[in-house]
Ligand binder design. Structure first.
Ligand code: C2E
Ligand code: MG
Ligand code: MG
Length: 404
């Protein structure tokens, strides 16, 4: 299902513009605005009445072109999603896609014109909540900065836990803490609607602290029960700008009575590679404090072997796009296989994310991947459901619970 978003389409060719609008309408979107160059885009963004949650932007427009427009969107800290489109070939498109990410905008997709309906649909579906169906989900719309400020005061942040197991023994080694946002109406808002806004409005540290506090409380509880498990927390690149992050997190772990060595911090590859030097200091000091570090969504960024080998990182987490369906798709399989080999050759543990089938599990095991996380094991669950789940798992896989 596609989320009900306010969308802006920018293209200087009126005919193409109308075709794209029509495709969007076929996908059920109704709140669609039009612009014919970058100036039109910015006018639409600057007006709170029309500010879009998603922009589809042509790269080569008369007037202000798409490339320049991206720079202005970045300067405005535009928090919505961006799809870049081009009719000038794949090379131009990949440059534009790279720029979107370099500007720290929320990159959704790069589409070659003429736009393929299915590619467009898949891109839009990425904005829609994946995950547990237990609670009604609030789909699509980004939260406003004020709603986030209010929610932070009202305990809207909640973590869900998704288990990680070893492939060899199917032993549970821990869980990743994923942010969920409880809206005033009781629905659950996914991280994609919260994180980019929080990053753009200086609220990302407060968000991390909320998630981290809940995650280490779980860890302390497990450790008190003698369970040798880890908890992973996602750290945004913007969080690494806080130079006292290592001390702050270590103090929070200590206050909760949790051992720092049970905490894994996941940092997304693409963002990490944008600013490797500035973040290197904080990353190194996090490592020195005893946190374990993981490169998340590996394969989606542009990490060179050289940069990668210099990072004091313990774990590579292969992006789900290469994991899911890798048992049937040759290209995914090749990337998966070489990522596992690369991780191991750098002495890292390799985790596959997003395994949805037993065939995926079997292939990962054959390729020598160390750990796996995915719907085939368990979907993310409310934190208080984790220990009961663990008991069921341990019963069904007798003797494999680490530490037991
Ligand atoms: P991520 O860190 O790569 O987390 C994995 C995402 O993949 C989660 O989505 C999880 O629900 C989903 N997933 C896991 N296994 C499967 C599977 O088998 N199939 C499918 N279709 N999906 C699977 P979620 O919870 O929506 O989180 C999305 C992203 O939001 C995360 O990706 C992470 O980058 C970010 N995020 C989540 N929580 C936080 C947070 O506390 N702080 C920050 N900065 N980012 C967060
Ligand atoms: Mg993660
Ligand atoms: Mg990931």
């Amino acid at each position: 299902m596609i989320a009900p978003l306010r969308v802006l389409v920018a293209d200087d060719d009126e005919f193409i513009l109308e075709i794209i609008v029509e495709l969007l309408e076929q996908l059920g979107l109704t709140d669609i605005h039009r612009a014919q160059d970058g100036h039109g885009v910015l006018a639409c963004v600057d007006d709170p009445q029309t500010r879009p949650q998603l922009i589809l932007c042509d790269v080569d427009m008369q007037g202000m072109d798409g490339i320049e427009c991206l720079r202005h969107l970045a300067a405005r800290r535009f928090a919505g999603a961006v799809i870049v489109m081009s009719g000038s070939g794949a090379r131009m498109l990949s440059v534009a896609a790279e720029l979107v990410q370099e500007h720290k905008l929320h990159f959704l997709a790069a589409l070659l014109k003429p736009i393929d309906f299915n590619e467009l649909r898949q891109a839009l579906e990425k904005l829609t909540l994946r995950g547990p169906s237990a609670a009604p989900s609030v789909q699509g719309a980004l939260l406003s900065p004020d709603a986030i400020r209010e929610g932070l005061r009202a305990d809207a942040v909640q973590i869900y836990l998704q288990p990680k197991i070893t492939l060899a023994k199917r032993a549970v080694i821990g869980a990743e803490a994923l942010l969920r946002w409880r809206s005033p109406s009781g629905g659950i808002v996914p991280p994609v609607a919260v994180i980019p806004v929080a990053e753009a409005h200086g609220l990302i540290d407060a968000l991390l602290h909320c998630v981290f506090r809940q995650a280490v409380a779980c860890l302390a509880q497990w450790q008190a029960q003698g369970l040798n498990l880890t908890v992973a927390v996602n750290v945004s690149m913007d969080n690494l700008a806080a130079l006292d992050l290592p001390e702050t997190l270590a103090a929070m772990a200590r206050d909760a009575g949790a051992d720092v060595r049970g905490i894994v911090l996941e940092i997304t590859e693409s963002r990490l590679m944008l600013n490797p030097i500035a973040s290197l200091e904080v990353i190194s000091r996090l490592r020195l404090k005893g946190f374990r570090l993981s490169i998340d969504d590996f394969g989606t960024g542009y990490a060179s072997l050289e940069k990668l080998s210099k990072l004091p990182v313990d774990e590579l987490k292969i992006d789900q796009s290469f994991v899911r369906g890798s048992s049937v798709d040759v290209a995914s399989r090749v990337i998966l296989e070489s990522s596992i080999r690369l991780g191991h050759s750098l002495g890292m543990r390799v985790v596959a994310e997003g395994a949805e089938s037993f065939a995926d599990l079997e292939l990962l095991n054959d390729l020598g991947c160390d750990q796996v996380q995915g719907y085939v094991i368990a979907k993310p669950m409310p934190a208080d459901r984790f220990l009961p789940w663990l008991q069921d798992w341990a019963r069904d896989h007798a003797g494999v619970l680490r530490g037991a």
